[in-house]
Design a protein around this ligand. Sequence first.
Ligand code: GLU
Length: 505
Amino acid sequence: MNDKIRLRFAPSPTGALHIGGVRTALYNYLFTQKMGGTLILRIEDTDQTRYVAGAEDYILESLRWLGIEFDEGPGIGGDFGPYRQSERKALYGKYAQQLVDSGHAYYAFDTEEELTAVRTDFESRKETFRYDGVTRKGLKNSLTLDEAEVRQRLESGASYTIRLKVPRDEDIKINDIVRGEVVFSSNELDDKVMLKGDGMPTYHLANIVDDHLMEISHVVRGEEWLPSTAHHVLLYRFFGWEDSMPQFAHLPLILRPDGKGKLSKRDGDKLGIPVFPISWEAEKAEDSFKGFREFGFMPQAVLNFLAFLGWNPGTEQEIFSLEELSAAFTLDRIGKAGARFDYDKANWFNQQYLIQSDNDHLGQLLKPMANLAGYTATDAYLTAVAGLMKERVNTLPEILETGYYFFEPIREYEEKMIRKKWKPERTEQLLLLNEELEKSDTYTTETLEATTKAFLESNGLGFGDVFPFYRIALSGTTKGPGLFEMMEVIGKEEVKKRLTVAFPY
Ligand code: GLU
């Protein structure tokens, strides 16, 4: 246990957790595990206008499904709580005040309408408005209004925000673990709002105050937060917390499967692939979607796939359990370049996990799906089907889709093949062979195979003369598991039935 290593995953409950957010959670988890540190879940819900009911539950359920566990957080406890920012509301005001008192922040009294007017004015000149060290001089704030007026406004209860006073002409340096030194010019930064009109802190203030109070040692988060880090570094300095400032590691973007641009929910819809961990039920059907779980992925495969989206172990090994990932993970092997979301690779990982999995276990996982499809099958039957099919599919539901014929009559026969190769005398040969096979007491792969071989030899026939037709009669297709294995699972009675259907005599 290393109590100096404390990381947090700090999602905002503004909707479903995108797969990129899951990767952030995973990397935080892996690094904490590796270092024997503490992982904290902090819900950043101070922006009430963006709050979405059900989003927090969604986040928790997704992480639970994947097996990413926290040491501290809402519902878990810990010495640094509460862990939901809305429950810490009372705490932030004094920090905003501290910034004002030390001259690093100021009151801004501009109304929404006034700011909109300024913005429109800038736009009409093809410029973009930014509340910053230049424009603040012409706006209504405690730096431009005289002291008496400021006091009067505050006392009269007028609405105001507190803005960070970003200094001019300064290079702000960040030493990012992934990117190395990143320099921002302070002249490019706006005077960000710290405390809003409703007394709630913004993300920036709450995030820094909480990272400090929760003694966070490393901030591992998505690249989209890199520009904000310049403001965050200023905040650490203004609060006098620079010595204990966390180390930053900004994770690369996740790119669309074609590598062009950032992966979005729309790409998921367009390509019919999951980009979220689990399903999301929205009021409007078009806003609902299925996740990796509903597409039939196993959580271990998703974790393994995500681990490689931006990180690699530097070896050839690709299949890692969560424990192995934790042992192998280091922040310095995270790449800078965007990581392409390769769905084929996700499928490959899932297939590897299917193949590795015990057939009984897979049978159990298939059970609810089979029930849902209206199939009745014993546990042993499901286990056997899983064993035969797992190397031929990418996901579990595909076993029931591709291997539907294990559970219901054949929907369609591969006619082309039959027409090409069929000879009328085959019917008789097939039925004779089947008679032989039925005679055997043990209807197992081994005996079926031995009997068939003997039959073919004594009749001067080759495998190709009967096999394809036998397969088509049993499964409708020439693809699929081994013929004898399939026969053993389907059973003598059903095989006979299917032959009769395919070759009426
Ligand atoms: N609440 C932010 C988010 O939704 C957290 C960013 C951070 O980790 O600082 O991603």
